[in-house]
Design a protein around this ligand. Structure first.
Ligand code: T3D
Length: 259
């Protein structure tokens, strides 16, 4: 049987490919375990400075594998507490950028895992479907948190209640994702972006993620205080001196990514 997750290690980056193409890369417990381990390894490895998440075949991910679960409510709850919620937390807390290349349909939890990533590119054939209501479930994996913040209350409600598909181009124009690109160009563009992020000031990028994460729940005063604290941390890191030196010497910066 083939591996449910493929891990490719590049120069400063890792590509994680959900690999159950016959089932549109739907999540099983095995896939969850492999993805959790790969994310933990990437987080702990200083040589990995950016991550790319994508799917094999024609889909990104069709959410939970509906054939591998029963309808026992305890099982559904355990899946969320043991697998989906930790997955979303891992992506959001990852101290380095996570790019998602949505190469096809992203449905159910698959859509919300994509939305949890820092920068989402989607091929034009991709679509995002909050499929939950179609099987009488509630959007999970952060969907009810991400959607209103990304697309506003009106669209979030309609998408969650109807399960209507959103095309990649619509998702871009609504601000749900960063960019819709030609399908043939998707992986090249995502690869370029990840390679470029992998040469960035990784520790400072991690602090940027922290600041943005906190802003959803902070007052302006709270956020200003946090920015001052994080900025001080950033300015004490070697990449700040390098960034300023590179600017004044009119040359590209050579960031180490270290704190
Ligand atoms: O316990 C819990 O459930 C809690 C956790 C919830 C998290 C969730 O994600 S709930 C939502 C689960 N996902 C869905 O409801 C989506 C189900 N899939 C679809 O609606 C459609 O497949 C798509 C819209 C995503 C794509 O449609 P289409 O026409 O392009 O493809 P297809 O023919 O439906 O699917 C192709 C194959 O993938 C097919 O298998 P087959 O017949 O060729 O052997 C299909 O059964 C399989 N597949 C697609 N989605 C899933 C799946 N197999 C298992 N689980 C799936 N989610």
């Amino acid at each position: 049987m083939s591996e449910p997750l493929l891990v490719e290690v590049g120069e400063g980056w890792r590509k994680l490919t959900l690999n159950r193409p016959d089932k549109l890369n739907a999540f099983t417990v095995e896939l969850h375990r492999a993805l959790a381990a790969a994310l933990d390894e990437a987080a702990a490895d200083p040589s990995c400075r950016a991550l790319l998440l994508t799917g094999a075949g024609r889909a990104f991910c069709a959410g939970q594998d509906l054939e591998s679960i029963g309808t026992d409510p305890a099982g559904v709850r355990d899946l969320l507490t043991e697998h989906y919620n930790p997955l979303i937390r891992r992506i959001r807390a990852m101290p380095k950028p996570v790019v998602c290349a949505v190469n096809g349909v992203a449905a159910g939890a698959g859509a919300n895992v994509a939305l949890a990533c820092d920068i989402v590119l989607a091929g034009k054939r991709a679509k995002f479907i909050q499929a939950f209501a179609k099987i009488a479930l509630v959007p999970d994996s952060g969907g009810t948190w991400f959607l209103p913040r990304l697309v506003g209350e009106a669209r979030a409600r309609a998408l969650a209640l109807t399960g209507e598909a959103v095309s990649a181009e619509q998702a871009e124009s609504w601000g749900m994702i960063w960019r819709a690109v030609d399908d043939a160009a998707l992986m090249e563009e995502a690869g370029r972006l990840v390679a470029s992020l992998a040469t960035g000031p990784t520790a400072a990028l991690g602090l940027i993620k922290q600041a943005l994460e906190a802003s959803a729940d902070n007052t302006l005063e709270g956020q200003l205080a946090l920015e001052a604290k994080l900025q001080r941390q950033a300015s004490e890191m070697p990449d700040y001196a390098e960034g300023v030196a590179a600017f004044t010497q009119k040359r590209p910066a050579r960031f180490t990514g270290q704190a």
